[in-house]
Design a protein around this ligand. Structure first.
Ligand SMILES: C[C@@H](O)[C@](C)(O)C(=O)O
Ligand SMILES: [Zn+2]
Length: 256
């Protein structure tokens, strides 16, 4: 049965330089839908790949953490296993962009996630736009999490994160992929930074809870166009997405 996917494209387009749209953020579903247990989507990874080459999210059933790097998809399961994925798999929530950094800066003496966020934001030219960031290098300390696959009836995300698995690694070479969301869009995406990690040897990764490094080159892309595609599922249609609070999102997405 061909599942028609209703593309409700809402383009928050702000004109960029010379009035042209700058680079585009593509997102499938919303973080408040994840918070409300909307863990099954219709978007395949191969479809997602047509909208960007670098991104993050999860898989249907909330089956671990998803990282998209150079048009390839990787899953970090809650048991720590990392594997490359088939494009036919589906996601209930993901963001991606055709990464094309316009700015490169070096960040030094990053003490923790908060310090990392502040140092990154100090390099943003427009605090009300969205951003994609990418860092490749040796990370002195990184704390990631992954979440266990859920079975129906799905619990809300706040009941999942107490069962997340946390991984701590030191001196690991890899890539940090992150997206910045201004607070005004807090129920659409995680307010502030939402970042995932994948090691070069493809054995470690996840949703970043904490990070520390001496010095690393950060590539920054300002995103002033946002294409949001909403699921056309009965569950999504009937979900009460207003129950999500910013406090719940911040608790579920940040270090405890
Ligand atoms: C699987 C989740 O941990 C997700 C989507 O990465 C997030 O909400 O951060
Ligand atoms: Zn995440």
């Amino acid at each position: 049965l061909l599942t028609a996917l209703l593309f409700t494209s809402v383009a928050f387009a702000a004109s960029g330089r010379n009035g042209r749209y700058q680079d585009k953020l593509f997102q499938y579903s919303t973080i408040n839908a994840i918070m409300q247990g909307q863990y099954d989507g219709e978007m395949t990874l191969q479809e997602l790949n047509t909208h960007g080459n670098m991104g993050l999210g999860t898989l249907n059933g909330l089956d671990g953490e998803l990282i998209q790097l150079d048009n390839k998809f990787y899953q970090v399961s809650s048991n720590g296993q990392v594997k490359e994925l088939d494009g036919k798999m589906k996601t209930p929530f993901a963001v991606t962009t055709k990464f094309d950094a316009k700015k490169k800066v070096t960040l030094s003496n990053v003490k923790d996630f908060q310090d990392f966020s502040e140092k990154l934001k100090a390099n943003f030219d427009n605090k009300n736009h969205f951003y994609a960031i990418k860092i490749h290098g040796k990370i002195d300390y990184i704390k990631n999490r992954s979440v266990p696959k859920q079975t129906r009836p799905y619990p809300p995300f706040t009941e999942v994160t107490p069962h997340q698995t946390v991984f701590e690694d030191h001196d690991v070479e890899g890539t940090i992929i992150g997206f910045y969301t201004p607070n005004y869009a807090s129920t659409i995406q995680v307010p502030g930074f939402h970042m995932h990690f994948l090691s070069d040897d493809r054995t470690k990764g996840g949703h970043i809870l904490d990070v520390k490094f001496d010095s690393a080159a950060v590539e920054i892309q300002q995103l002033s166009e946002f294409d949001l595609v909403l699921p056309d599922t009965e569950d999504f249609a009937n979900a009460d997405l207003t129950k999500t609070t910013i406090k719940d999102i911040e608790e579920a997405e940040n270090d405890k």
